[in-house]
Design a protein around this ligand. Structure first.
Ligand code: SF4
Length: 87
């Protein structure tokens, strides 16, 4: 029987789980990815640099307008900047 995929605004649940299952941050301290305001993002970014799904993660965050935390190695501010440059 074929798999039922529920369409989302972007992609499918199946696709999203595909990369999230390989997320390196899932094996680390999730709090490092949501630092307090002004807190260090260095540790999280270090993990992202070694993550094999970094591109997918960043694309997901940009598409879903994720406001908080480190995604794909970029902070909220860096993602906003990237979006402005892309326009
Ligand atoms: S790029 Fe960073 S935030 Fe995204 S899944 Fe990988 S480790 Fe997690």
């Amino acid at each position: 029987m074929s798999e039922v995929l529920i369409p989302l605004a972007h992609g499918t649940i199946g696709e999203e789980l595909g990369w999230q299952e390989r997320a390196l941050c899932a094996q680390t301290d999730p709090e490092a990815f949501f630092p307090e305001k002004g807190g260090s993002t260095r540790e999280a970014k270090k993990v992202c640099r070694a993550c094999e799904v970094r591109a997918e993660c960043l694309e997901y965050a940009l598409q879903h307008d994720e406001r908080f935390g480190i995604w794909g190695g970029l902070s909220e501010r860096e993602r906003r900047k990237l979006k402005r440059q892309a326009v």
